[in-house]
Write a protein that binds this ligand. Structure first.
Ligand SMILES: Cc1cc2nc3c(=O)[nH]c(=O)nc-3n(C[C@H](O)[C@H](O)[C@H](O)COP(=O)(O)OP(=O)(O)OC[C@H]3O[C@@H](n4cnc5c(N)ncnc54)[C@H](O)[C@@H]3O)c2cc1C
Length: 434
């Protein structure tokens, strides 16, 4: 039987679950709040991150891929433009500020932004338990009231520990989504694993890949495989009529403004649904214009030269998938005319997106205390706190994609992460002595 230790007998002010950009931004906000305020003193904070080290979608750190928001939407700038944790501060420390300016772009390389995030995370290393997956958050009752929360985590060696806290912030982000019935295997995998899965493949040996999906990841994967495996045929399978372009025009971008969160939060449910539908083409199942054009040019060039390797199967669907020792056999069926083509590929990649990690399994023992909306999701206040029964005295916050239904499209993105983290930090400080 595994032992459960209450490792440290202190009660934390805050435990953060997950240490991606959301909770990393929260760490900076708390740090700056405690240094700036005489009332808010000292903080006992601990973050649990299940990855062995800091990592932001490592499997998709494709060489040359760029951030999709301005670098000014880093972890801090919109909240505190003078912060020591800004992207410009990082560039300055790395002696690259002037070079970055000369590159005349708002959109740094994703690899560079990852390095920036790692650099910020390095400042908080003593407050993060890497390689620790949180399994449950449990109520601790004093009399009738839930006064504290016990957070149970499993370390990389299997040891279970519990840690007591006054506040918990779930920053558990996104979970890769595979279509119903698809099971990941040696040759069938999600796009989020691209770099790990292709590392062992020899560029000259791979003969064919199929990529399912129509969004940014699908287009990036198709282009990456096409460039990295010069002898391989790439079959991009889309239910759409080709890739649709992301709307990142100035007016549309305002849906990500900090003030748009106020509008969205206070809107009636039908208006919320309409806003999500109108503006989903800023983020979901869409591709950056230059990438879409680049793929089109490649396909056209190959049509002219005759050496076709990039095949776009529009308005099509994959079925009859069968994995053998050396290949994956599959059918690509055209939806308009029901014609079908049988393909044999080395790997079948599902670039079928992500879903917000569901917060309820972690909070299962608190469920009777949690108020839900009409769709059974935790109801949240404007400051991202879960609405609970009056008997709950501690704070439970949801910071990230799982708040999209109440706070709008920016909830799971970087766009508003700095301001959002500041709001969560202020809310916790107002309810607790940090
Ligand atoms: C390839 C890719 C590129 C993207 N590029 C952009 C972009 O350019 N601009 C933009 O705005 N958005 C982008 N996004 C959206 C993305 O959601 C945000 O960039 C960002 O990752 C959100 O941060 P987060 O902390 O909320 O979630 P995540 O980055 O998903 O971090 C959550 C963390 O929680 C950890 N975790 C989860 N459950 C547990 C648990 N039980 N115990 C311990 N740890 C746990 C995970 O390991 C993870 O590290 C991109 C997404 C992808 C997949």
């Amino acid at each position: 039987m595994t032992n459960i230790h209450r490792t440290d007998q202190s009660t934390k002010d805050l435990i953060g679950i997950g240490f991606g950009p959301a909770n990393l931004a929260l760490a900076t906000a708390i740090d700056e709040l405690t240094s700036a305020s005489e009332q808010v003193t000292g903080t006992d904070t601990l973050f649990f991150e299940k990855q062995p080290m800091f990592g932001w979608h490592r499997g998709m750190l494709i060489d040359g891929a760029t951030l999709q928001v301005s670098f000014l939407k880093d972890l801090v700038t919109l909240r505190n433009p003078t912060s020591q944790y800004s992207f410009t501060s990082y560039l300055h420390r790395k002696n690259r500020l002037v070079d970055f300016i000369n590159s005349k772009t708002f959109y740094p390389l994703r690899t560079e932004f990852h390095e920036y995030l790692e650099w910020v995370a390095g400042n908080f290393a003593s407050s993060v338990a890497y390689g620790h997956q949180v399994l449950a958050v449990r109520p601790v009752r004093v009399g009738e009231a839930v006064q504290y929360l016990d957070v149970e985590a499993r370390g990389a060696d299997g040891t279970l520990t519990t840690h007591r806290t006054r506040n918990v912030v779930l920053g558990t982000g996104l979970t890769p989504h595979l279509p119903d019935g698809v099971v990941s295997s040696r040759r069938i995998w999600h796009s989020g694993e691209l770099l790990e899965r292709t590392r062992s493949l020899s560029p000259g040996d791979a003969k064919a890949f199929a990529v399912v999906g129509a969004g940014q990841s699908a287009a990036e994967v198709a282009e990456y495989l096409h460039q990295s495996f010069p002898r391989a045929e790439i079959h991009a399978v889309l239910t759409r009529y080709g890739y649709s372009v992301a709307d990142d025009s100035p007016f549309a971008n305002r849906i990500f403004d900090p003030s748009a969160v106020d509008d969205f939060f206070s809107a009636p449910e039908d208006v919320k649904q309409r806003l999500l539908a109108y503006h989903s083409n800023t983020n979901y199942a869409v591709v950056d214009l230059d990438l879409s054009q680049s793929l089109y040019r490649t396909a056209y060039r190959e049509k002219v030269s005759g050496g076709r390797r990039l095949h776009l199967h529009n308005v099509s669907r994959v079925s009859d998938v069968e994995e053998t020792a050396g290949h994956v056999n599959l059918t690509v069926g055209s939806l308009p005319d029901s014609t079908a083509q049988r393909l044999q590929v080395d790997c079948l990649v599902y670039a079928t997106g992500y879903r917000p990690a569901d917060p309820l399994p972690l909070l299962a023992e608190l469920e009777p205390e949690i108020k839900k909306d009409d769709n059974g999701r935790p109801a949240l206040t404007r400051d991202y706190r879960v609405v609970t029964t009056d008997g709950v005295r501690c704070g439970i916050y949801i910071h990230g994609a799982a708040a999209e239904h109440s706070h709008g499209l920016s909830a799971g993105l970087l766009s508003n992460v700095a301001v959002r983290a500041g709001e969560v930090a202020q809310s916790i400080a107002a309810r607790t002595t940090l």
